[in-house]
Design a protein around this ligand. Structure first.
Ligand code: KIV
Length: 263
């Protein structure tokens, strides 16, 4: 299993880090036999797998259930699990219980969106033995506050604030940082200034690594294609075509054949 020390080494050696989201046993089994460096049980699971319109409906129970499925499919992968919306704003003992549940479900570390108001709790959770990954830029849990899903930190003052928050997260003990949808030049600057690895999504090529949602990377969602996504397959077409082929064979009675029956 790769560890946070390996990710740090990869940054030092300028070896790019690859992360994909993973929500279930089936895909975890497949990804664990791939070369991907770490898996993210993102709260995007609420949208991608449960059909909610945003990530705010993800709960600790939902994240725990998906984490435990991923852990079963990928027993030796480093798995990061998202802390759901508002869970990190609860009392210290409640946050500790959330962190305990997600780690017991199989997470190797947790991801927390945003820096403002979270730093003290991040330090406490890190000191309790939990690797924490930060997340700045477009933080989807805050889309109502941000006025939608759009590129962040275009203005000078916003860029200065983001750089400051990135440093604060590093100082609070985060082992890595996700930087989502910020201008590439800003991502490059943050990546160069931080000692911890910066994993980008929609933030250009100079980050220490890249993350994509697995279903976007597979082309499983034909009606969602933001500029920063590269789809390596056309999974949606593959699934519809296979399903139609099956229906055809059932209707014309070519399935099941003799070979597919018990005599
Ligand atoms: O929940 C998620 O999938 C994420 C990635 C987009 C980084 O946080």
């Amino acid at each position: 299993m790769k560890t946070i020390l390996d990710f740090s080494k990869m940054k030092t050696n300028k070896e790019k880090i690859s992360m994909l989201t993973c929500y279930d046993y089936w895909s975890a089994k497949l990804l664990s036999s791939s070369d991907v460096d770490l898996l993210l049980v993102g709260d995007s699971v609420a949208m991608v797998m449960h059909g909610y319109s945003d990530t705010l409906s993800a709960t600790t129970d939902m994240m725990g259930l998906h984490t435990s499925a991923v852990r079963k499919g990928a027993p030796s992968s480093f798995i990061v699990t998202d802390v759901p919306f508002m869970e990190f704003r609860k009392s210290k003992s409640e946050v500790v219980e959330t962190a305990r549940k997600l780690m017991a479900a199989g997470a190797s570390g947790l991801k927390v969106e945003g820096a403002l108001g979270n730093l003290e709790m991040i330090r406490f959770i890190v000191d309790s033995g939990v690797p924490v990954m930060g997340h700045l830029g477009l933080t989807p849990q805050m889309h109502n506050q941000l006025g939608g899903y759009k590129v962040q930190a275009r203005k000078q003052a916003e860029q200065e604030a983001l750089k400051e928050q990135a440093l604060q997260l590093q100082n609070a003990g985060c082992f890595a940082l996700v930087l989502e949808c910020v201008p590439a030049a800003l991502a490059k600057e943050v990546t160069q200034h931080l000692q911890i690895p910066v994993i980008g999504i929609g933030s250009g090529s100079d980050c220490d690594g890249q993350v994509l949602v697995l279903q976007d990377m597979l082309g499983a969602n034909s009606d969602f294609k933001p500029k920063f996504v590269r789809s390596y397959e056309r999974f949606s077409e593959l699934v519809v075509s296979a399903a139609n082929h099956f229906v055809e064979d059932v209707k014309d009675k070519s399935f099941p054949s003799e070979r597919e029956m018990y005599t």
